[in-house]
Design a protein around this ligand. Structure first.
Ligand SMILES: [Zn+2]
Length: 290
């Protein structure tokens, strides 16, 4: 039998939903990767800082022109280094949410280190904004059962997994699913040696516009993820503004923050709920690479 889910009930009879999410990583992935041995070279930190210097304001100016509220995920170290950042985003009407302390990669840390980083980040957000954050996105979108349990314990929604095309419950956590192919990093992130050349914004804009049409047709969530240091460059901002102009001009699309989506989802009595997939164990436990 094929599981045939009911269409997701978006509010006010809307056909689909769209969310503009930004991961304000700034230097944090670099700080994490070089935590044991920091090189003398400055090109990567300079490149990343272009977002804080110009890309982020270009992005918030664009959102103001569109009258769209975004969801900004900020590692705590970035908030500590830029104490005006979280209050500035909140003042402009945007939502701020957790994204690790030092943008820790899940595979590098223990369960306890994750819990410590999460609790330390919540404290920074409360101290800087006066509000308790309501949601989390995992650096690099990896997750463990322990992390889900901790998010549930702290009553945080999550936006890191891809187990459905609409919001869903997993282990008691509200999941607002992301998509690699509506993320700017895989197409545009280029840090020199070894990286694939960045794709054209014209080509990717066309692909995203087609994703949007399909989200409307299939009644799904268009969860866009961008980075200020990647998509804050002029031509990419113009591409995003054209795409999001189409979204705000479409009355059948609900433009929502992650918090709006989570609140709506939790208010539904009938909503997608998925259990963690139990992985069958193969009888021969040997390892093979082929
Ligand atoms: Zn990130």
């Amino acid at each position: 039998m094929i599981w045939s889910p009911a269409p997701y009930p978006w509010p006010d009879g809307r056909r689909a939903a769209a969310c503009f999410s930004v991961d304000v990583d700034a230097l944090s992935p670099y700080l994490w990767a070089t935590r044991d041995a920091r090189p003398d070279t400055i090109a990567v930190p300079e490149h990343r800082m272009a977002g804080m210097r110009r890309g982020l304001s270009r992005m918030t100016d664009m959102l103001a022109r569109l009258d769209v509220r975004g969801s900004f995920f900020v590692p705590a170290v970035v908030a500590r280094e830029n104490p005006g950042l979280l209050p500035g985003l909140v003042e402009r009407g945007h939502e701020v949410a957790l994204h690790g302390d030092w943008h820790e990669q899940v595979g590098d840390i223990s369960d306890q280190q994750f819990t410590d980083a999460l609790e330390a980040s919540v404290e920074v957000f409360v101290a800087q904004t006066g509000q308790r954050p309501t949601g989390f996105r995992s650096p690099a979108w990896e997750m463990t059962p322990h992390m889900l349990r901790e998010l549930r314990r702290l009553d945080l929604w999550d936006s890191s997994l891809m187990g459905d095309d609409v919001p869903y419950d997993i282990e008691g956590v509200t999941e607002l699913p992301v998509r690699w192919d509506i993320d700017d990093a895989i197409f545009f992130k280029f840090l020199g040696a070894g990286d694939r050349a960045p794709r054209s914004h014209l080509e990717i804009g066309e692909g995203w516009s087609s994703e949007l049409s399909s989200a409307r047709r299939h009644g799904t969530l268009f969860m866009m993820t961008v980075h200020d240091w990647i998509c804050g460059r002029p031509a990419r901002i113009d591409m995003l503004e054209d795409l999001w102009r189409e979204i705000v001009d479409s009355p059948d699309i609900w433009v929502a923050t992650c918090g709006d989506l989570a609140r709506h989802h939790r208010g539904l009595t009938e909503r997608p709920r998925h259990a963690l997939t139990q992985l069958p164990v193969h009888s021969s436990k040997g390892s093979s690479d082929d």
